[in-house]
Design a binder for this molecule. Structure first.
Ligand code: ACO
Length: 401
């Protein structure tokens, strides 16, 4: 008979860290976060500067290769990504198997996992060449996959990629264009879209990235690992928060109703939380939220549009940040607080918000996956547990129970 207490006494100490609040699961040279100061760096470059001065393709290259590209490296990278934007024609049949009102994230989980079947060569994860081409395929095809999920959900025909357009421009056209009609990409929206992609590109060992690494640590192929990441991102405490934040702001409606919702967020007996507020790592303003808020202002100004929900958001932030509850718990707006407002003005329904997040985060996921595979310290991810069940006992025959 196993003596469970003795087992733990002999095994030595396990770290009990549910939620991994103080456990580093890996070493990584990709992204640095100082949550106390509100700092986010990719390969040493501040997120604000990258969002302001670079492009998503530059950031993707940076994350995948370690350095910013020079002009010819960038041209080559863009040409490579552009070459891979098409998906196999058979993939369209896969979409048609879903209910017509399927949530785009449900479709993305399935479709991205299914890509493994189209690229069986990607199972050889220890071949650097195969990893590279799988990385390029994933970054290139995600906009096509996401746009197709949207088109399917609204019953419109799929649009093929137009490789004369930019990464963001192509995605906008595949999403909002219709066959046989010219679609003119609005440069302001294109730039905003590109910036939103930059802001979501990577974020250290968040839940979905950790999921991708854990799935990949068993040697699973990258498409399957990305599907695992998409599934994890979907939850409202993670990538689903932008959808939840905008729904919440719309429900609040007008600034005079804010105090009621603040009171609910503070009430321990009410499960309601201010969506888009708080972060496991940031105990200061999320630097991505700063850029996002600025981008909303710029797009509203340039397009001469407005949305009362933005005024509600600004006022909510103001009230929350002067409330002792939020001050004491260090709860600040995170990237999701303002992103929904801008995505909605561009024309995306809330159900697409998390799909867009997945599209952009694919770069970080695949860069992290590559880093993990090539790290000689990496073992299969296999956490232990503190067993809390019964001690060993004798089996009782069914008739005697
Ligand atoms: N509204 C009200 N209270 C909150 C909020 C919030 N948004 N966030 C945290 N709190 C409170 C909790 O009730 C808790 O209080 P307690 O100590 O009295 O029990 C305390 O602050 C700490 O919260 P935890 O949930 O323990 O913190 P954790 O680090 O586990 O959670 C999380 C972080 C999930 C982001 C949380 O702040 C939250 O649920 N926020 C809303 C959802 C959201 O915006 N998610 C997006 C995250 S960013 C991203 O994924 C891109």
């Amino acid at each position: 008979v196993v003596d469970i207490r003795k087992f733990y006494a002999q095994t030595g100490a396990f770290t009990y860290d549910p939620g991994f609040t103080s456990t580093a699961s890996c070493r990584s040279a990709l992204t640095f976060i100082d949550g106390e100061e509100g700092v986010l760096l990719h390969r040493g470059y501040a997120i604000g500067e990258l969002a302001e001065r670079s492009s998503f393709m530059e950031v993707a290259y940076l994350l995948l290769n370690g350095e910013l590209p020079d002009a010819s490296e960038l041209d080559d990278f863009v040409a490579t990504i552009t070459r891979h934007t098409m998906v196999h024609e058979q993939l369209a049949s896969f979409y048609r198997g879903f209910r017509r009102d399927a949530h785009p994230m449900a479709v993305m989980c399935g479709v991205v996992g299914a890509l493994s079947a189209f690229y069986p060569d990607s199972t050889n994860v220890h071949d650097a060449g195969q990893r590279l081409v799988a990385s390029h395929r994933l970054v290139a095809k995600m906009p096509t996959v996401a746009a197709m999920a949207y088109k399917y959900s609204i019953g419109q025909p799929f649009l093929y990629p137009d490789n004369s357009l930019s990464y963001a421009g192509n995605f906008l056209r595949m999403t909002f264009g219709v066959p046989a009609e010219e679609y003119e990409v609005n440069p302001i929206v294109e730039r905003a879209m590109d910036r939103i992609f930059i802001l979501h590109a990577d974020h250290e060992q968040n839940a979905s990235t950790s999921t991708v690494r854990l799935a990949g640590s068993s040697g699973a192929n990258p498409f399957a690992c990305m599907a695992a990441g998409i599934a994890c991102l979907w939850g409202p405490a993670h990538g689903g928060a932008n959808e939840a934040a905008l729904n919440m702001l719309r429900e609040i409606g007008t600034p005079d109703r804010i105090p009621h919702y603040i009171a609910r967020a503070k009430d321990k007996d009410d499960p309601f939380r201010l969506m888009g507020f708080g972060h496991r790592v940031y105990k200061n303003y999320d630097p991505r939220a700063t850029v996002m808020q600025k981008t909303v202002r710029e797009v509203f100004g340039s397009l001469k549009v407005s949305d009362p929900v933005f005024d509600t958001a600004l006022r909510l932030e103001e009230i929350a940040l002067s409330d002792p509850y939020f001050i004491e718990k260090k709860l600040f707006p995170n990237v999701d607080f303002y992103s929904g407002i801008i995505l909605s003005v561009i024309g995306f329904p809330t159900s697409m918000f998390t799909a867009l997040f997945a599209l952009a985060r694919t770069v970080g996921w695949i860069a992290q996956w590559n880093e993990m595979i090539t790290d000689s310290d990496q073992k299969i991810g296999r956490p232990r547990q503190i067993y809390s069940g019964p001690t060993q006992r004798e089996y009782v025959e069914l008739a005697q129970r």
